[in-house]
Write a protein that binds this ligand. Sequence first.
Ligand code: HEM
Length: 130
Amino acid sequence: MSPAESETKLFVRIGGVHGLTSLVRQFYARVLADRALRPYFKGVPLDKLYSMQLEFFSAALDGPTVYSGRTLHYAHQGRGISREHFQGFVEHLFETLKDYPLTDEDRYAVIARINTYVDDVVGSSAAASD
Ligand code: HEM
């Protein structure tokens, strides 16, 4: 990778807002097709979820966006999400990222950033903060 390329933000390399919009759609198509994960999204307004995820991913990947949703802890507490569910969710993200013209290094960088939120999402953290 050239120095110029490595200095570009992940957000840009993934295709900016356009790339992330399609990423979120394709990612959730996989999540919702997963029998272990699908029940958690029953009755959830998906258009709002997709637009919040677009903001969240954009901000997490150094894009020019401010995330306007609830804290991840607040949005996920009490849902009984286990580490296995979280792991499955992240694996779908990794599979989705394979369809994007990124290096493996970039794919792992995205996963590493998302993994930092595990304690906000899994059930055991429900009483830990907030
Ligand atoms: C690091 C991984 C995850 C991230 C970054 C993430 C991010 C988000 C974001 C940004 C929202 C929108 C919050 C809002 O509307 O204010 C959301 C909502 C939601 N997430 Fe996650 N999530 C993750 C993992 C999971 C997992 C593993 C599950 C279930 C298996 C899950 C289930 C849900 C559900 C059901 C909602 C809808 C909540 C509602 O509208 O009331 N999330 N998530």
